[in-house]
Design a protein around this ligand. Structure first.
Ligand code: ASP
Length: 295
């Protein structure tokens, strides 16, 4: 059989964070990831841009209080919400990011609005002023906070998409780590740490212990691996570096050939993926996703 033409090829993968999912909560994580995947998939199937698919999927995850991003965010040590998000365009290498924002309903959309701008990352009040000038949606910080106690570990959300035009995009959005220092920014909005995309190589989005992912520039290591290796071995090689500093991680990947893969060192990592050749499916750990070739 002939290879699918570029126009027929698309792929998307989303994650709901590297963490321990409490018993009985597995299905709502799968369902939340599947719903977000569906929002992104609809964009790709209609011939839309990878960037728009990533925004659509991450907005859905930000809307779902199951996940620590947008609504459902955890509290820092002062009991406040601080959100970080970023998106990267693999065609132009443009990156937009916001960090330590307290009133943005959809940080990923404000990050996307920054893509044409010179700055890569705006924080705090500066980011919120940018959002005000660019039609960002605002809400009260209390509307973003997770209900009940913050007993969750890491659960940043993320998405990588490849569109029918061969363009790759990656995004992340997070409420950070529960009880963290006010003003702390993790890996999620930092290119090369929590995400990266380059049409020539692939796209990645990560979750886990932000300081460990930053110290090992794990997204950059993963991209470097993808230059010469298929996604599985590239993930394995990147994860081997994490041992040096400790901490947990979950990684999702689509390479330039449209191959999807993912893995994690955390107990669970909720993921859903689909492509032109594979139907949408969701999982809470890699062992559930037994297929060898995920493309
Ligand atoms: N990596 C994120 C951070 O450190 C947390 C997470 O993945 O859930 O802010």
């Amino acid at each position: 059989m002939s290879e699918p033409s570029r126009r027929d090829r698309w792929a998307i993968i989303v994650h709901g964070g590297a963490k321990d999912i409490p018993p009985g909560q597995e299905q709502i994580h799968r369902d939340g990831c599947l719903a977000a995947l569906g929002a992104g998939q609809a964009v790709l199937e209609a011939g839309g841009r990878a960037l728009d698919a990533v925004v659509a999927a991450v907005r859905a995850l930000e809307d779902d209080p199951t996940f620590n991003a947008g609504r459902g965010a955890v509290r820092n040590a002062r009991g406040e919400v601080e959100l970080d998000a970023a998106i990267m365009d693999g065609q132009t290498l443009a990156v937009g990011g916001v960090a330590a924002v307290k009133t943005l309903r959809h940080p990923i959309s404000v990050a996307a609005a920054m893509l044409p701008e010179v700055p890569v990352l705006l924080v705090g009040e500066g980011a919120e002023a940018f959002a005000r000038a660019h039609g960002g949606e605002f809400c009260a910080p209390a509307d973003l906070l997770a209900a009940g106690p913050d007993d969750r570990g890491c659960d940043t959300v993320g998405c990588v998409a490849l569109d029918r035009h061969g363009n790759i995009a990656a995004g992340t959005s997070t409420g950070g780590l529960s009880g963290c220092h006010p003003g702390r920014v993790g890996d999620s909005p930092l290119p090369g740490c929590g995400l990266y995309a380059d049409n020539a190589v692939g796209g990645v989005s990560l979750s886990g212990d932000g300081e460990s992912l930053i110290r090992t520039t794990l997204a950059a290591r993963l991209m470097q691996g993808l230059e010469t290796l298929p996604p599985g071995p590239a993930i394995e090689t990147a994860l081997s570096h994490l041992a040096r500093v400790g901490g947990e991680a979950g990684l999702i990947v689509i390479d330039a050939a449209g191959r999807i893969d993912w893995d994690h060192t955390s107990a669970q990592f909720a993921v859903a993926h689909a492509s032109a050749s594979q139907p949408a499916r969701a999982f809470v750990n890699r062992a559930e996703d037994a297929r060898k070739d995920l493309a």
